[in-house]
Design a protein around this ligand. Structure first.
Ligand SMILES: [Cu+2]
Length: 353
């Protein structure tokens, strides 16, 4: 079915490359990253280690980020981690961490030279903590530097005290498709192991996707999770991130068709002297006046079929589909009344002088 295939095309990533590129963000910094308006960003981070000994079991640390751009440089989103270090501290009932957040990029734009600043208020459901981050980045040529200041009302595992953390990092772009990045983030006091990461980042050519291969010791991407590293049982996790922007307008045909214009009638040499829209089950402009030899164009703006059917002998239109138009030339002076066959209460008049 055509509408489904359009959506599949969107998922098959034929959209042009836009923002939200890992060439402009290291693995553990949200930075000033805001999806464009009408874009839902889905980022998938997967980290793991292989347990030593006879088992060689793979222990996984998946992370998901969903965020939607609402325009005006504002986004709302959520992050989910199923084996978060935030959940390993005292007082945690679970390792399933959810952080909901908003982000407003106050100035700057991704990939543009100069400074960008974003504020990120958040709530960490696992820590029951109101968190926040101010992120700053500075781009010049191939280099982007990042800094972040973080605050939490209830740091998990530390007797419920508030806490502050700082983070910094960089991206260096080797060419338009490949870059390297690294970052470090740490609580101020009491200190635990700082979080760090190092990555090689790729733009997948001809697609809106970016991809990174990285090493890190952070188990989640939340404000708290990106401020501390895991020390045991393994102090290095390897993994990747994959970014998927979904452009909602590509799914438009699922919700409201936008049929192609269809032109009917249109006798040769007809000068169109009046336009009549068929909208909201009415002929807009019930009476139009033209001269003999001129034409009227009717355009159907409704999502259902209408006709232009004359009450006299004048030939009328076939059913006009949504977005269809019909042109009819009037050669003789007179008053031509007409209606819509499926909706006889829709009436109009053409006066030809
Ligand atoms: Cu009608």
């Amino acid at each position: 079915m055509k509408r489904v295939s359009l959506a599949l095309l969107a998922l098959a990533a034929v959209a042009p490359l836009q923002a939200q590129s890992l060439l402009y963000r290291p693995p553990n910094l949200g930075g000033t990253w805001v999806p464009d308006a009408g874009v839902v960003q889905f980022n998938f981070v997967h980290r793991f280690y292989v347990a030593p000994g006879p088992s060689h079991a793979v222990v996984n640390f998946p992370n998901f980020t969903f965020a939607a751009g609402f325009g005006h440089h504002v986004a709302f989103g959520a992050q989910f981690a199923t084996r978060s270090i935030v959940g390993l501290g005292n007082g945690a009932q679970s390792t399933n961490e959810t952080q909901v957040y908003g982000r407003w990029r106050v100035r700057g734009a991704e990939g543009q030279p100069g400074f960008a600043v974003a504020v990120t208020p958040a709530y960490n459901l696992l820590a029951k903590s109101v968190d926040g981050e101010v992120g700053v980045d500075w781009t010049r040529g191939r280099l982007t530097l990042h800094g972040a200041a973080r605050a939490m009302s209830r740091r998990l595992g530390q007797s419920g005290n508030g806490a502050a953390a700082f983070a910094g990092g960089f991206n260096a772009r080797l060419n338009p498709y490949v870059g390297v990045s690294a970052d470090v983030g740490s609580f101020v006091s009491p200190t635990v192991l700082a979080a760090w990461s190092a990555a090689i980042n790729f733009v997948i050519p001809g697609s809106p996707h970016t991809f990174s291969l990285h090493a890190s010791n952070a188990t989640s991407a939340s404000i708290q999770g990106a401020s501390q590293g895991i020390a045991s049982p393994k102090d290095v996790l390897y993994g990747f991130e994959f970014t998927i922007p979904l452009h909602l307008k590509r799914f438009g045909p699922w919700f409201h068709g936008s049929p192609k214009p269809v032109a009917l009638g249109a006798p040769a040499g007809a000068a169109i002297a009046a336009q009549v829209d068929m909208a909201s089950m009415k002929f807009a402009g019930e009476t139009v006046t033209i001269s003999a030899g001129q034409a009227v164009r009717w355009t159907n703006r409704d999502p259902l079929e209408h006709t232009v059917t004359f009450d006299g002998a004048e030939p009328g239109s076939p059913p006009l589909p949504p977005n269809g138009s019909y042109v009819h030339r009037f050669d003789k002076p007179g008053t031509y009344t007409y209606h819509c066959t499926p909706h006889p209460f829709m009436k109009g008049v053409v006066v030809v002088k």
